[in-house]
Design a protein. Structure first.
Length: 624
């Protein structure tokens, strides 16, 4: 929905949100104003009522006027973030997240770490932006690391930082520092992709897609989609800044990332374990205090002696304190619920598969798991908002409380209806229909009489395929031509590879193209471009975007040089842009007094981790 909102505007929004967040953090260390709103008899919604007893383990807590920083953070900001993820998807959250924004400080200052590489073709040493290696431990197990950090974070909330303002402020500042350090060590959104504890939460609520977010696989802006990294060039043009820090990438296409990882054990543990973890987190307040009033009153967010309770009994059952220190009871309880949620999810998934078999409904493992994950998200979203933000909502008039509950339930139900019927085949079907729509437009066929005033872009995926079948001008020759272009584009852009071409069977069926014709087209593509079908030269979609981003940035730089007054660059550069001089490397563009321009291009090469071979291919394409 907001993927096409200009980067300049979103940059301003990020600044506003970040400054507001930093102001909130500052208030955790010094706040002489907000406590006045909580004094008794001040006529404020937040005023303390001394006559109300909030019992914890059978004893009434002493409640004193308190600052509002922590209650606002836990009671408003966190629930709003969860709602944004489900409704608007990751594409809005990632573009406004202040922590993600702050993690990019090293990039903005040009202080990011560079890795030393030896080019295998030339043997020359080059430096490129450091990235998490695809085969590293972090790349393989980052999901478990992030879930573990989320678990530790929730334990820390209950034990140390829920009500202790200094502890919460220090925790948030250390988190910001960690994000900045990761932003220095690795390029792209490595903090978000590999370290941020919120990443599992984003996966749960924002995948495969939010209620209102855009669809990258049907987007006309193939280079810049959803929340992927982007910059604004000197000439005011918005361009991709993707450096392929992760593949598949949720910022490029959340639904593609979802389908590619859905059958992994990691995703199963994430979804089912997260459900158990969230339930355990909220239930613990009852197990600790012996009543729900402790949580819904919001006292836990401004207790005077949170740290003093660490060694006191951590459980209170049947009106009796259990002699397990709170310091141990919290991680044990949350851990037990997490494991129970995972085990129960596994069993329910097996029972659901058996139920479908008994009813002769043979869904794939992928589709069964998708339905289970969808139900998990729907259920835990509504469970979360039984508690999330409720201490503040209960201060409002009853009609507003009902509106809050009904509104959230309606939004989650609409999300469920939109998500339940999705499948990877449906996703691919829509993606190929989008590419076919482009080819029909390129062939300039007369389609107006079949569209009844609509354009090709207005057609659904099914309508595009039907149109392709009924168009009289769409001859066999043109069908083969369109299929060839779709096939070539899909391989080039990393959507499919040579070993998975069976995914185009549906398209071949729709266009009445035989397997023999397919193999002949494939053979022709191999003759025209041998590298296209070379398994060793296959690139991911993220790598294709990285190279396209670099190509656009170099092209933009050349165009700027072309428009400005010549300063020694003169005819040589114009020859390069005009194509009368062959480009072999970026260094060929360096003339006696253009060292600054040369360094700018070298900097781009380092930032996008471009090899000499990739550089040569890209610059030759510009020459053409």
């Amino acid at each position: 929905m907001l993927a096409n909102t200009s980067e300049r505007l979103m940059h301003r929004v990020r600044w506003v949100i970040t400054l507001a967040w930093l102001l909130l953090i500052a208030s955790l260390f010094y706040d002489p104003i907000s406590p006045s709103l909580t004094y008794p008899n001040r006529g404020s919604l937040l005023q303390i009522h001394p006559e109300v007893c909030v019992a914890v383990q059978g004893k009434c807590l002493e409640v004193q006027p308190y600052a509002l920083g922590a209650p606002i953070f836990w009671g408003a900001i966190v629930p709003v973030a969860i709602a944004i993820l489900l409704v608007f998807g990751h594409e809005l959250w990632r573009r406004i997240c202040p922590l993600s924004f702050l993690s990019q400080i090293p990039r903005a200052l040009g202080w990011q770490r560079q890795q030393r590489r030896t080019d295998p073709k030339t043997g020359k040493v080059r430096y490129e932006l450091a990235k998490v290696l695809k085969q590293s431990w972090l790349a393989r197990y980052h999901g478990y690391l992030q879930f573990g950090l989320l678990y530790l974070g929730l334990c820390s909330r209950i034990l140390f930082i829920n009500a202790n303002r200094l502890a919460l402020g220090t925790f948030l500042l250390l988190t910001i520092l960690a994000a900045v350090v990761v932003g220095y060590l690795y390029g792209g959104k490595s903090w978000c992709q590999y370290f941020c504890p919120m990443a599992p939460v984003q996966s749960i609520y924002a995948e495969p897609r939010g209620l209102l977010n855009s669809t990258a696989h049907e987007s006309d802006r193939q280079i810049i989609t959803q929340s992927m990294c982007r910059i604004v060039t000197q000439d005011g043009k918005e361009q991709s800044a993707c450096v392929a820090c992760q593949s598949p990438c949720i910022d490029i296409d959340a639904e593609r990332a979802y389908w590619q990882s859905i059958n992994t054990p990691e995703q199963q543990q994430l979804y089912y374990g997260y459900v158990g973890l969230v339930i355990g987190y909220f239930v613990y307040y009852y197990l600790y205090a012996g009543n729900w009033n402790y949580y819904f009153s919001g006292v836990w967010a401004h207790e005077n002696n949170q740290l003093a309770t660490l060694l006191s009994p951590g459980l209170y059952l049947f009106k009796r304190a259990i002699g397990i220190p709170k310091l141990l009871a919290v991680p044990l309880t949350l851990g037990a619920f997490t494991i129970a949620g995972y085990k129960l999810g596994q069993k329910l998934e097996k029972h659901y598969k058996a139920y479908l078999r008994r009813r002769q409904q043979f869904l794939s493992q992928e589709q069964v798991r998708h339905r289970m994950f969808t139900l998990c998200t729907f259920a835990i979203f509504n469970f979360f908002f039984i508690f999330g933000g409720r201490p503040l909502i209960l201060l409002l008039p009853v009609p507003i409380q009902y509106l809050y509950t009904v509104g959230l339930t309606l939004l989650s139900t609409l999300w469920l209806a939109r998500t339940w019927g999705r499948s990877s085949s449906r996703y691919l079907h829509e993606s190929l229909a989008h590419r076919l729509r482009k080819q029909l437009s390129n062939l300039q066929l007369d389609v107006s009489r079949f569209l009844e005033g609509r354009s090709l872009d207005d057609l659904t995926a099914e309508e595009v395929y039907v149109l392709a079948k009924v168009l009289p001008d769409f001859t066999k020759e043109k069908r083969l031509q369109a299929y060839k272009q779709v096939l070539q584009e899909s391989i080039e852009q990393g959507y499919i590879n040579v070993n998975s071409l069976e995914v185009l069977q549906r398209l071949r069926y729709e266009l009445a193209i035989s397997d023999d014709e397919h193999h002949q087209i494939l053979s022709n593509l191999g003759i025209e471009n041998p590298q296209l079908l070379d398994p060793n030269k296959q690139r991911s979609h993220e790598d294709w975007l990285r190279l396209e981003s670099y190509r656009e940035m170099v092209e933009s730089t050349l165009n700027l040089w072309h428009r400005r007054p010549a300063k020694g660059l003169g005819a040589d550069l114009l020859d390069v842009v005009g194509g009368s001089r062959e480009i072999e490397s970026v260094q060929d563009l360096a003339i006696e007094d253009t060292s600054e321009d040369e360094e700018a291009l070298r900097s781009l090469k380092r930032e996008y981790a471009i090899t000499s071979e990739e550089e040569e291919q890209i610059l030759k394409s510009l020459d053409n």
